[in-house]
Ligand binder design. Structure first.
Ligand code: NDP
Length: 275
């Protein structure tokens, strides 16, 4: 039986074991996928023990995605760009590849929903790990420009400084105006975890073709409800991104096997609603 896990703290809430069990069932694989709670000082040692004892692959979630960059002996281009690792792949002889599937997860979820990213303008809210992870993937998918909005402006400046090759603009939330061309708003802040307001002008939310909140609970967040009330073309939560990033990781670990993500997303959403 192949052993997989997800490292994080907290970790009890993680949906990854259910998602990966559903993927494995599609190929009649009897994988084991567990949750590994790590104390902050123990992350590297716990990862090393897992792979020494036969681990076939692992995911990494909060707060260890940056620490996982140090644990990996090799990095994929997208992990290097994101400065964060969410997928670890054993290469043999103690070598570990660190990859990042979050950005591709978002892009695939948007594309599945019929959002054409090529030439689209994006307003990206947040400048933390999630924003950093999805920014290169959005640019590589062909978006025209990204407007960065973050509560702490200096942090947005830092993020933009790390990607001088991309057309990025920094604007304060209250100074935002609806864009002239169709645009997508991606909320990559953690504000939805507490229900905190993002102070975006109503007309900016209402004129968006699509408003996406990376947070997921199975139900629309207050931010998405506000966007729908303001008249946004479409609202989407981050559950699809979660399932898609898991699908990319599964494929990496299983020599290119591509799980069918749509029924898995539908089942996970149903389960969340029935909780
Ligand atoms: P970080 O802690 O690295 O960054 C948090 C960001 O949110 C910062 O930009 C911070 O701004 C901003 N923020 C926090 N509170 C507020 C507030 N009250 N008002 C305005 N801005 C605020 O977190 P991550 O980037 O790792 O995660 C962000 C979100 O993305 C989480 O909700 C996480 O669950 C989600 N996520 C979803 C994934 C999925 O698969 N769907 C994958 C990865 C993440 P400041 O710089 O000013 O502090």
């Amino acid at each position: 039986m192949a052993l997989f896990t997800v490292f994080g703290n907290p970790i009890a809430h993680s949906l990854s074991p259910q998602i990966h069990a559903l993927f494995a069932a599609q190929f009649q694989l009897t994988n084991s996928y567990t949750r590994s709670l790590c104390s902050p000082g123990q992350f590297a040692a716990t990862v090393s023990r897992f792979f020494r004892t036969g681990g076939a692959g692992a995911n990494v979630t909060l707060p260890f995605k940056e620490a996982a960059v140090q644990v990996a002996t090799h990095l994929s281009e997208r992990a290097r760009e994101a400065g964060a690792v969410n997928t670890l792949v054993p290469l043999g002889q103690g070598q570990l590849l660190g990859d990042n599937t979050d950005g591709l997860g978002l892009v695939r979820d948007l594309q599945t929903a019929g959002v054409r990213l090529s030439g689209l303008e994006v307003i990206l809210l947040g400048a933390g790990g999630a924003a950093r992870g999805v920014l290169p993937a959005l640019m590589n998918a062909g978006v025209k420009q990204i407007t960065l909005v973050n509560r702490t402006r200096a942090r947005a400046g830092q993020l933009a400084g790390d990607f001088p090759q991309y057309p990025l603009k920094i604007v304060g939330a209250r100074d935002l105006q609806p864009l002239a061309e169709p645009y997508l708003i991606v909320n990559a802040t953690s504000a939805s975890l507490t229900g905190a307001k993002l102070q975006l002008p109503k007309e900016v939310l209402g004129s968006a073709a699509c408003v996406y909140d990376m947070m997921y609970s199975g139900r629309p967040t207050a931010f998405l409800q506000e966007a729908a009330q303001a008249g946004a073309g479409e609202i989407r939560d981050g559950l699809g991104m979660l399932v898609e990033q898991a699908g990319v990781a599964f494929s990496i670990w299983h020599g290119g096997l591509e799980p069918d993500t749509a029924p898995v997303l539908a089942k996970i959403r149903r389960d969340l609603l029935n909780r």
